[in-house]
Write a protein that binds this ligand. Structure first.
Ligand code: BEZ
Length: 394
């Protein structure tokens, strides 16, 4: 269904509602139609906790906006995408075709998000990406109706090359899952590390979401690089951290990453101490907005937020800001898009702006695991924008 058709239906629906109200209840004001929000996230598998954090963060932003979006209540529709790319077209079509949602929020896994973006692009449905970093979404597949509030896979890992080279590391091995997020992280790390004078001697891959790390660790030990860099997250990240320590490598070959230690420090306890990561969020950031977010999050969910919760929160902020700009008239598609393109988000990660390709331009921080925190150390890269290779905004 095109957005123009949706707009006509929306206006016809609103007019019908007003006429009916006038006939039967002249003293009751018509309520504006609810906004239908489709949440396509994983609630099972290795990324289940990430999906839950995103949902919490989004709901907190709506709460902050007064429990609605520019006066329009929200009706939620949810789908567990299982982090399964093969089911992505069917799952997003359930939301768009069957539930007729106004906006789709999703997802975590890059492969699933790529499948979603192809459908959303075709249907013209507004899609907000609260995590998945697949480069193509804000590259060759970029589209006026698709916005990302998280990062591209190129962004968080790119500064790590400079960080490791500055420590005197000359050689590195990159280990990851063999899918878009892993391979794009690996390529970006290589670009950054080699530009800083280092050499990636090997890329080691295992199928997503496998966690049989020991054969790969034997290869790492044989190669004996100065450092290991990796992309893993969620449940797989927990197992990686535990096995790296058990394999006796942690004190011999330092490991660096991005998402590895995010949201898992309670589970891995001592095994992660000292691991350094580069990310667009950190614990103990000197940002007042973050302190406020953390306080509200802890009160509401009895948990500390992680990067995924912050991204969900920013997705809610972006949508609330655009809805306010069009005074709740979701059918004003051009107004919504214009508001999102010009948005500055006052985020717990620090203020960020939207790039021309619809991806955050933001600071990347260096963090270090201390106790149960990914503790802020310094700004690794100021206002980093994804190169958005291949994006021609239609
Ligand atoms: C991804 O597939 O893009 C992804 C998954 C988990 C954490 C970060 C990125």
């Amino acid at each position: 269904m095109t957005t123009n058709v949706k707009r006509r239906q929306l206006l016809a629906g609103a007019a019908g509602l007003t006429a009916a109200s006038a006939l039967h209840a002249p003293f009751v004001l018509a309520q504006p139609a609810k906004i239908k929000v489709g949440m396509m996230l994983p609630s099972s598998g290795t990324f289940a906790a990430l999906g839950a954090s995103i949902t919490n963060g989004f709901r907190l932003a709506v709460e902050e906006a007064g429990g609605n979006l520019a006066g329009r209540e929200i009706e939620y529709y949810t789908v567990d995408d299982e982090s399964n790319p093969a089911k992505a077209p069917e799952n997003i079509n359930r939301l768009i075709e069957r539930d007729k949602v106004d906006v789709v929020i999703g997802t975590v896994h890059s492969g699933v998000a790529l499948g979603m973006a192809k459908v959303a692009r075709e249907a013209g449905t507004l899609m907000l990406v609260p995590n998945a970093g697949a480069g193509a979404i804000t590259g060759p597949l970029c589209s006026p109706n698709i916005f990302r509030t998280s990062f591209s896979n190129w962004q968080p890992v790119h500064p790590m090359g400079k960080v490791m080279a500055a420590k005197g590391h000359k050689t590195a091995v990159f280990i990851t899952w063999n899918y878009a997020a892993g391979k794009e992280s690996s390529a970006s790390f290589k670009e950054g590390f080699e530009a800083a004078g280092g050499k990636v001697v090997k890329e080691l891959l295992l199928p997503f979401p496998n966690v049989e790390f020991l054969p790969l660790f034997a290869e790492v030990a044989a190669l004996n690089p100065d450092g290991v860099a990796c992309f893993f997250a969620g449940g797989g990240g927990v197992k990686f951290i535990q096995d790296y320590k058990r394999a006796g490598l942690k004190d011999k070959i330092p490991v660096y990453s991005t998402f590895l230690t995010e949201g898992v420090l309670r589970a891995v306890k001592d095994d992660a101490q000292g691991i350094e990561t580069t990310m667009h969020y950190a614990d103990a950031l000197p940002i007042a907005r973050d302190a406020e977010f953390r306080r509200k999050y802890a009160v509401t969910f009895k948990l500390q937020p992680d990067v995924y919760a912050m991204q969900g929160f920013d997705t809610g902020l972006l949508l609330a800001q655009a809805m306010a700009a069009v005074k709740g008239d979701f059918g004003n598609r051009d107004g919504m898009i214009q508001a999102m393109e010009g948005a500055t988000i006052d985020s717990p990660r620090g203020k960020w702006t939207m790039s021309k390709a619809h991806n955050p331009i933001m600071d990347i921080y260096l963090r270090k695991v201390v106790g149960e925190e990914n503790k802020y150390q310094s700004v690794a890269w100021k206002a980093l924008a994804d190169p958005a290779r291949g994006c021609r905004m239609g």
